[in-house]
Design a protein around this ligand. Structure first.
Ligand code: ZN
Length: 200
């Protein structure tokens, strides 16, 4: 298997991501979603993680194993947060790739869906945007990311039911401008899952 290189940076002081430089992003939030900064303008909770001098969230390991599952080398900056309530993928004109994951968001999603695979499926979805390079129109981009989420979850050992749990519970019944309805999205997760199975 191709050796996967993940550039991991957990950022101590987050000064904000410039919206002006953004080319593509996908945000996956609940209950209000992403809050860039705490009221005093600093993301104090990030320092809280750093102060432990190690990661005990398991998120970097999930990202590393997910990239291994698709045999992808990717120069990706992973930022692990507390108190932001979201997971996001960003790609800049320079080619720089970011993956932002909030620890509490993962816990809440897992609790809502009653499986630890729920958060992993969302992290895999965000990675899926990077794997497919945000190609296509808004709906195509989401469906591609969903495909990779299904593919990765099969490779990591999830059941098909666990792979679709988050989408079944959090996804919308209706198409929006940015996202297809959950019936179409679940079909893509299943397609990725089936392809991973047949890849052996
Ligand atoms: Zn997305």
């Amino acid at each position: 298997m191709t050796r996967t290189v993940l550039t991991l940076l957990i950022v101590m002081h987050f000064t904000g991501v410039s919206i002006a430089q953004r080319t593509h992003n996908c945000s996956y939030g609940i209950n209000g979603g992403w809050k860039i900064k705490s009221p005093d303008g600093r993301s104090l909770d990030v320092e809280e993680i750093i102060s432990k001098q190690k990661d005990d969230t398991g998120i970097p390991e999930i990202v590393r194993r997910s990239l291994e599952a698709v045999s992808k080398r990717m120069n990706l900056r992973l930022m692990v947060y507390v108190g932001q309530n979201n997971a996001e993928a960003w790609m800049y004109p320079s080619g720089e790739r970011l993956l932002l994951v909030d620890v509490g968001f993962c816990s809440r999603v897992n609790e809502m869906c009653d499986t630890r695979w729920a958060a992993i499926s969302i992290i895999a979805h965000e990675l899926g945007h990077h794997i497919s390079n945000f190609r296509g129109d808004a709906h195509q981009r989401e469906l591609s990311a969903d495909y990779w989420s299904g593919y990765i979850l099969q490779k990591l050992g999830a059941s098909e039911r666990s792979a679709t749990a988050a989408m079944s519970i959090i996804g919308s019944d209706y198409d929006s401008e940015t996202h297809p309805n959950k019936r179409r999205r679940i079909a893509q997760i299943r397609k990725g899952y089936a392809d991973a199975l047949s890849d052996g």
